[in-house]
Ligand binder design. Sequence first.
Ligand code: BGC
Length: 803
Amino acid sequence: MNKWTRVKFQPNLPLKESGRVTASKEHILLSKEAAKEGMVLLKNEKNLLPLAEGTRIALFGKGSFDYVKGGGGSGDVMVSYVHNLYDGLKMQEGAVQIYEPLSAFYRTDIQHQYEKGAAPGMTVEPELSPELADGAKAFADVAVVVISRFSGEGWDRSSIECNNEFNPWDTETTMPKISGKIFPDGDFYLTAREKEMLSMVKERFDDIVVVLNIGGIMDLSWVKNDDRISSALLGWQGGMEGGLAMAELLTGKGNPSGKLADTFAADVNDYPSTANFHESFDYVNYTEDIYVGYRYFETLPGAQKKVIYPFGYGLSYTTFGLDTIAMWETENQIFAEVQVTNTGNLAGKEVVQIYFEAPQGLLKKPARQLAAFAKTRLLQPGETQQIRLSFAKADMASYDDLGKIKKSAYILEKGTYKFYIGTSVRDTKESILTMELAENVITKQLTAHLVPTSLKERMLSDGSFEELPQSACNDMNECVFEKMEPGTEEGITPAVRCCARGTLFDNFGRKQFIDVAEGRLSLDDFMAQLSDDDLIHLLGGQPNVGVSNTFGFGNLPDYGVPSIMTADGPAGLRISGECSMNTTAWPCATLLACTWNPALVQQVGQAGAEEVKENNLAVWLTPAVNIHRNPLCGRNFEYYSEDPLIAGKMGAAMVKGIQSQHIAASVKHFAANNKETNRKHSDSRVSERALREIYLKGFEIIVKEAQPWTIMSSYNAINGHRASENRELLEDVLRGEWCFKGMVTTDWWTRAEHYKEIKAGNDVKMGTGFPERVKKAMEMGQLGRPELEHCARRVLELILKID
Ligand code: BGC
């Protein structure tokens, strides 16, 4: 196929000679295998799991039918089917016997709720009759209780909503409203009905298994602290085969090897970021600073006991022994050689995790930080694997934003560095190796960027707060002419640009872009012929073509610049329902993070990108790598972890997989987009240190390890500057410090001003640009052709990378 044939002509051709890959058997199988690998066995007393062959079970909870494959919004995927747990168990022919009257009750109830318009997971737990529960008891030995949860883009996990501006979509039945009705105490907790159902089960059964089909953290103290619940499997939102994946693990077809990529506490208020999560629609103060997730729970006095399930935790049906054979340091690196032996009776995989503890020093530090991890291959009983892990000493440095030692530098403070090797942040052994530093070492000198203007204080490792210097605030709505009314940009589609009348046989002397692609013309020469209008045209979204629903980049047909289309992720290629075409729904990102297996995530990225390519699309708006700052964020299911190393490694793997297919990955949402409520205006007020060590770190790892072709800036502001208008973020940090070579797109329909975005180095405004406003800004001397050229060049360079 010639260059750009797919994007230009939209041929109806399968990607492979063997046939179509989109939603192919192979991809759906990979989706199921990935799902199985990220599910986490939380509890297994009495070794109740895997269920013995022929066990008679009763499935309690509407979650046995109301399967949530993933979250809502742009991360949703159209599929031809979704297997719930009941389906999955039925497919394990003869493995278990199910008490059908109970299942019939839930099936019918859920069908009714769906018919009335309820979304999966946003359904009410029906009232269970004692008679039905008695019948279940008479039939079954084991009760399996299923709980499911849903959340989505544009709202957080609460009933709080912000209706400050025009919104073209229906607001009568918003998700926060529905959520408030179904989960009056918040979906972090069991509802009254769920609790009633659970009590009825506990009154009747000695053997209880809990299965969780959720996309984010919820209270699991009722699982951990109740001896009557023997076993629990955290199945996450596992994509279209999630129910089948759970069923296979429950029945012993496979062995769980997922490990938590987040810390589970019992009370949502145990997370320090909850206190001010909803303090304001206009801003969020990140006062907990770098103490996010386990960095908080393992460090702050008294916080450890709040943890129900710690970061890194996950059981297996087998057992493993870990033996650190050696640990040593070289000038710049730390190495460890660890032997893992399967000491149990079933094949399984284990994850080796290394944490470091840096001296508290002047900067103060978390008590533990993940430094490296590796997963074994499938080890047979008795089998041993030796694994080498390593990390750079510089990766243990802290950022000194206030100049306590050296301003704007990454510093390894003098003192003793300790290392802990094990299988969760809690379950570790201290290594005999320590790293001693007699003097402070500056590992990198940077310049202050993105400094807070309105964050008054931040938490330190002992729980006290330190005051932060305040600087001048920025008016994020400042504009040289009248700003568009808030919300009037929402949903605006790109104009279809008129093309001059031509002939089939000549280009009226216009130099053609294919000549650049094929090395006959320089990009400079090509661009020199483009008018300002042509350049401005390149800086906005382009009309949908084919099955795209999120618009495209490029599109100067007179010059042979194709229009390359974008498509959502991350949990699969999202093609709108009206195209009547289904794709593969992969497990949600949080599940993928829990695989702790970047190679597997890379495979998912590659397979997902193949579907993108087969459908003549070119840019996959994936991966989403924001940090799980707080469980209430409605979009956490799309993101990987509370830990930036996990987020970075998983995101980099995904990007490598995607770009191996010459499809552009678009890493999003850059940055500090950790709340959905009023996401287009909310200001994330965060210290420079927390930005660099937590919120930017995952992106930094991805840029350095995988060079994504595009990055999507976020809607929110960071310290008073909208991300897409933030030159320090996009030019100084992303391009300057990290050497990012790709293109930056906005998120879709930001509230930022197009000319300010261009000035900041945000190359394309999506879904549409506003050429007339850019022109006006040029006339007013706010913008010059060189700025247009910088951005347009990066758009063209992106298109050149596409097949
Ligand atoms: C979301 C992005 C998504 C884009 C295109 C936005 O609302 O925040 O994640 O890629 O829409 O659908």
